[in-house]
Design a protein around this ligand. Structure first.
Ligand SMILES: C[S@@+](CC[C@H](N)C(=O)[O-])C[C@H]1O[C@@H](n2cnc3c(N)ncnc32)[C@H](O)[C@@H]1O
Length: 205
C-alpha cells in the first residue's frame, strides 16, 4: 500500500517559505511551459504548482487539475477564488484551470491530447503502476513531456516515511519499461529529484 497525503496536513503544502524552497523559475528552466497548452497536473492538491502552470503556459492552455481526494480539490477551488498563500498569479489564470476529481489511475481526459503531464510529490503515492502507465500512454500526445518531482529515497528532516519513497533509478526504470524515453533527470530543491520523460509512441503498452 502506498502512503497517501492526508488533507488534514494542508499546512505542509501551504506555507510562505515554500515559494523560496521551491521556486518555479527552476522548473521554467527545465520545461518549455510557455509552448505547452494541454497540461495534466496529477495530484494537484491545493494548487501550489497548478497556479504557476496556468500562468506560464500558452495563452490558450488548459490545465486539467486532477486529484483523488475531494477535499484537496475543495482547497484548490477556494484558492482559485483567492487564497491567503496559494493563489493565482493573475486572475486570468483561473480560466485555464479545470479541476477534476478522479479515481486512482482513471484520468478522465481525452486520448492523445496532453503535451505535459506534471506531478509533484505524487509519484510515490500512486498505486498500480501498470494501470498508471496505461492511462499515461493513452492521454499523452506523441512527443509529449512527463515531469515527475518526488522525494529522494534518503533520510530527510521532513517528508514521507523513507520506505514509501521511490528511488530515482527505480522510477526511471519504470518509465523505460513502459517505453518512455528519459530526457533528463537530477536533483532539485534540496529534498527532491526530477525526471523528464518523453512519450515517443502512442498506444505503446
Ligand atoms: C503531497 S500532496 C502534493 C500536492 C501538490 N502536488 C503540491 O505539491 O502541493 C499529494 C497529492 O496527490 C494526491 N494523490 C495521491 N495519489 C494520487 C493519485 N494516484 N492520483 C491523483 N492524485 C493523487 C493526494 O490526494 C494529494 O492531493
Amino acid at each position: 500500500m502506498s502512503h497517501k497525503f492526508n488533507s488534514k496536513n494542508i499546512k505542509k503544502l501551504e506555507y510562505l517559505e515554500r515559494f523560496i524552497e521551491e521556486p518555479f523559475d527552476n522548473i521554467l528552466k527545465l520545461l518549455p511551459i510557455n509552448k505547452l497548452s494541454s497540461i495534466v497536473e496529477l495530484g494537484c492538491g491545493s494548487g501550489f504548482y497548478t497556479f504557476p502552470l496556468a500562468h506560464y503556459s500558452a495563452g490558450n492552455a488548459k490545465v486539467y487539475a486532477l486529484d483523488v481526494e475531494a477535499k484537496m480539490l475543495d482547497f484548490l477551488r477556494a484558492n482559485m477564488r483567492g487564497g491567503e498563500i496559494v493563489k493565482p498569479l493573475h486572475p486570468a489564470d483561473v480560466k485555464k484551470i479545470i479541476p477534476i476529481l478522479i479515481k486512482e489511475n482513471e484520468f478522465q481526459v481525452p486520448d492523445g491530447n496532453i503535451d505535459l503531464f506534471f506531478c509533484a510529490k505524487v509519484f510515490h503515492e500512486i498505486e498500480g503502476f501498470p494501470k498508471f502507465f496505461g492511462e499515461l500512454s493513452r492521454i499523452m500526445m506523441k512527443d509529449g513531456l512527463v515531469f515527475v518531482l518526488d522525494w529522494k529515497k534518503e533520510p530527510t528532516e521532513r517528508g514521507p516515511p523513507i520506505e514509501h519513497r521511490i528511488d530515482v533509478q527505480v522510477a526511471i526504470e519504470k518509465f523505460k519499461r513502459y517505453k518512455f524515453q528519459i530526457e533528463n533527470y537530477g536533483e532539485i530543491f534540496t529534498y527532491y529529484y526530477y525526471i523528464i520523460a518523453r512519450m515517443f509512441a502512442t498506444n505503446n503498452i
